[in-house]
Design a binder for this molecule. Structure first.
Ligand SMILES: Nc1ncnc2c1ncn2[C@@H]1O[C@H](COP(=O)(O)OP(=O)(O)OP(=O)(O)O)[C@@H](O)[C@H]1O
Length: 221
């Protein structure tokens, strides 16, 4: 089990509820270590909400830290350590896929340009890379974000339903890449999915809904 000491992301006493709704988390403490962690639950169980909280874009009670950097005291540094794109965003609609990719790697000094290129080819994105994002299909947009996410060197990458809208060949490319990344030290990837993930080694699985007051709720694999 990942301890706070070897955690990439540590959550301490996390609490969150939408107004007039039951809490999604109550004093939840857990550590997410290197490798692939599956955040698994049915529709509406809170996967996207928890990803936004982990990304530091949705406020919750409790304490979050990445590699020791706390969100409450060093928000900018914390967010620089996370790669997260809300799949519903229209923030990149006016730029081309290539410009979007450049903006997503901005400030990421160890961005892996070779892996990015391999992913662009593996996702068959090459014919679309010069098009404005608003012209791309849901699946192609997701591929642009995934290529940037998987080539990023940020310690924490958050992927929300990454297979949504992807063709079978791209899904195979995604899992192959994630399987390779599962062995990278100091790099944590959280995959939120309503489907179980088989065929790649998982460091841990977090099941939603969370147990009230759960401590280290995840189980291995
Ligand atoms: N802005 C909001 N205000 C109030 N309730 C919300 C808001 N966003 C989500 N919810 C509710 O919170 C719960 C969790 O939503 P969330 O989108 O996090 O779940 P999810 O597991 O990602 O679902 P899906 O698999 O459908 O994407 C749902 O009941 C949803 O209706």
């Amino acid at each position: 089990m990942t301890t706070p000491h070897d955690a990439v992301l540590h959550l301490q006493d996390l609490g969150f509820a939408y107004p007039a709704q039951p809490p999604l988390a109550t004093r939840w403490t857990t550590s997410i270590g290197a490798g692939i962690t599956l955040l698994h639950g049915d529709t509406g169980s809170g996967k996207s909400t928890l990803l936004r909280i982990m990304a530091g874009t949705l406020a919750a009670t409790g304490r979050l830290s990445i590699a020791g950097i706390r969100l409450d005291t060093a928000a900018e540094a914390y967010r620089r350590n996370v790669f997260f794109i809300d799949p519903d965003t229209d923030a990149f609609d006016k730029v081309t896929a290539l410009e979007c990719s450049a903006s997503l790697r901005d400030g990421d000094t160890h961005f892996d340009a070779f892996r990015w290129q391999a992913l662009v080819e593996g996702f068959a994105l090459t014919p679309h890379i010069g098009k404005p994002m608003f012209m791309l299909s849901t699946g192609s947009k997701r591929k642009v974000w995934l290529a940037a996410a998987l080539a990023s060197s940020r310690p924490l990458t958050l992927l929300d339903e990454p297979t949504g809208g992807l063709d079978a060949a791209s899904i195979r490319c995604l899992w192959r890449t994630l399987a390779g990344m599962s062995r990278e030290s100091g790099r944590a990837v959280v995959v939120a999915s309503g489907e179980r993930v088989t065929g790649i080694p998982l460091a841990a699985t977090i099941e939603l809904p969370l147990q009230t007051g759960a401590r280290h709720a995840q189980r291995q694999g």
